[in-house]
Design a protein around this ligand. Structure first.
Ligand code: GLC
Length: 426
């Protein structure tokens, strides 16, 4: 299966397959979800007054972050330059609500971009279309002031076109200053009306204008799909907190796609969140994406000090250990032309097929459609040969179908989270 050609340069993206998402902002101080301001209905001035004077990531070392991403097998990273709270990680000339006005006093984004590029990673910018701080952003369903009795009055002074211009100015600023490889705009909700307050979509963001601006500044940048524009505008589709079970299609046609996921339930640092995913789940999410022709963008939420939570580091170590031996079944791979065997997921890179075994079977693994097509089989984790076809006596009893290739496996599962068998096609 092949998605249509994209305007943005996705050629590296569909090879690299695995990236790091980074959610970092004032909400890292609250440490109870990046939506804390909306969830707890904290008025913008109160939020700014509470958190701005305390943001001071004294332990921030972007080279350390980049190395951590790299050793986990990630090839690109996307950072929140501004999340819904409106706080900017760079020294934007269009607002005072930014990192340079915190005790930290310096810009974070420039050093981040530089460090990640120096370590060889591609860089992407998440940019929130929502802005709960900007005085021209009309109060709506997600805004912290949505239940304020004076909401109609408050909204009267708010001028969406002025806000849309602010967005264009900031996006232009980001693209010109840093030339990111990906722009990840978030998000549209045109139909989410709340007590008479309309949602927001392309007419509000003036997405057509924004889109033209983005392409004029960098025609080859990878743009995601959350601007509420017609099919064809976006280069990548971004299912969130779900794993598709087949290639993502839009209007029936396969598209370039990337699942985004968290280690636990929150994107921003969340001290008390306990739903951390198991090593098996983490590895299978990556495999599931690639076996359906997609990428995985796995998120960390650094603390306000600039450190990475030990639980997140442990999860990244799971990827590191597995990817050290198995990255061959991920990089440059895509959905296989063959059917997934029972309890397995396939990926393929040209003449190599990778069988990811999710539940270790007893001695035999049946591969439909592959009879007579495989020249050699081996484990990725130790390079050891796997015998094609069981011994004659077992073969008779197994009643092998003519189209099936049967692999003869060790009884014990190898000691890796998900074992992978590489098949070399004839
Ligand atoms: C959502 C959430 C957000 C998160 C994003 C990541 O739309 O609003 O907090 O940043 O998804 O995909």
């Amino acid at each position: 299966m092949m998605p249509a050609k994209t305007q943005g340069d996705t050629s590296w993206f569909v090879q690299d397959r695995f990236g790091m998402f980074i959610h970092w902002g004032l909400y890292s101080l609250a440490s109870r979800h990046e939506w804390v301001q909306s969830n707890e209905k904290i008025a913008p001035e109160v939020y700014a007054a509470r958190y701005l004077p305390h943001f001071n990531p004294t332990h921030y070392d972007p080279h350390e972050w980049a190395k951590t991403a790299l050793t986990a097998g990630m090839k690109y990273a996307v950072i929140t330059t501004k999340h819904h709270e409106g706080f900017c990680l760079w020294d934007s000339q269009y607002t005072d609500f930014k990192v340079t006005n915190t005790p930290y006093g310096k810009e974070l984004l420039a050093s981040w971009v530089q460090a990640f590029r120096e370590e060889g990673l591609k860089v992407g910018f998440y940019y929130s279309l929502l802005d709960w701080h900007h005085p021209d952003f009309p109060i709506d369903v997600y805004h912290p002031l949505r239940d304020n009795p004076a909401v109609a009055e408050l909204n009267r002074a708010r001028q969406m076109p002025r806000y849309a211009e602010y967005v264009r100015n900031q996006v232009a600023e980001l693209l010109t200053r840093f030339q990111p490889d990906i722009l990840w705009c978030d998000f549209s909700y045109p139909d989410n009306e709340y007590k008479g307050l309309p949602g927001k979509g392309h007419l509000d963001w003036e997405s057509e204008k924004l889109y033209a601006l983005i392409r004029s500044l960098n025609p080859r940048i990878i743009l995601n799909n959350r601007l509420d524009l017609p099919v064809g505008a976006a280069d990548i589709y971004t299912p969130e907190q779900v794993q598709p079970s087949e290639w993502v299609k839009v209007d029936g046609k396969p598209v370039v796609w990337e699942a985004c996921q968290t280690f636990s339930g929150s994107w921003g640092y969340h001290r008390d969140e306990e739903s951390w995913k198991s090593p098996g789940q983490l590895i299978r999410m990556l495999i599931n994406s690639v076996s359906c022709g997609g990428n995985l963008l796995m998120n960390i939420g650094p603390t306000s000090l600039g450190t990475i939570d030990p639980r997140a580091l442990a999860a990244l170590k799971v990827y590191q250990d597995w990817m050290t031996l198995h990255s061959g079944s991920i990089y440059g791979c895509t959905q296989s032309e063959y059917e997934n065997p029972q309890d397995c997921r396939l990926t393929q890179n040209g003449e190599k097929i990778y069988v990811h075994v999710y539940a270790w079977p007893f001695k035999t693994l049946r591969l439909p459609g592959l009879a007579g097509k495989v020249e050699y089989a081996r484990f990725l984790h130790d390079g050891s040969e796997i015998q094609i076809n069981p011994p004659a006596w077992e073969a008779v009893q197994l009643q092998i179908r003519p189209d099936e290739l049967v692999l003869w496996l060790p009884v014990k599962q190898p000691n890796v989270v998900v074992p992978v068998i590489e098949l070399s096609l004839k």
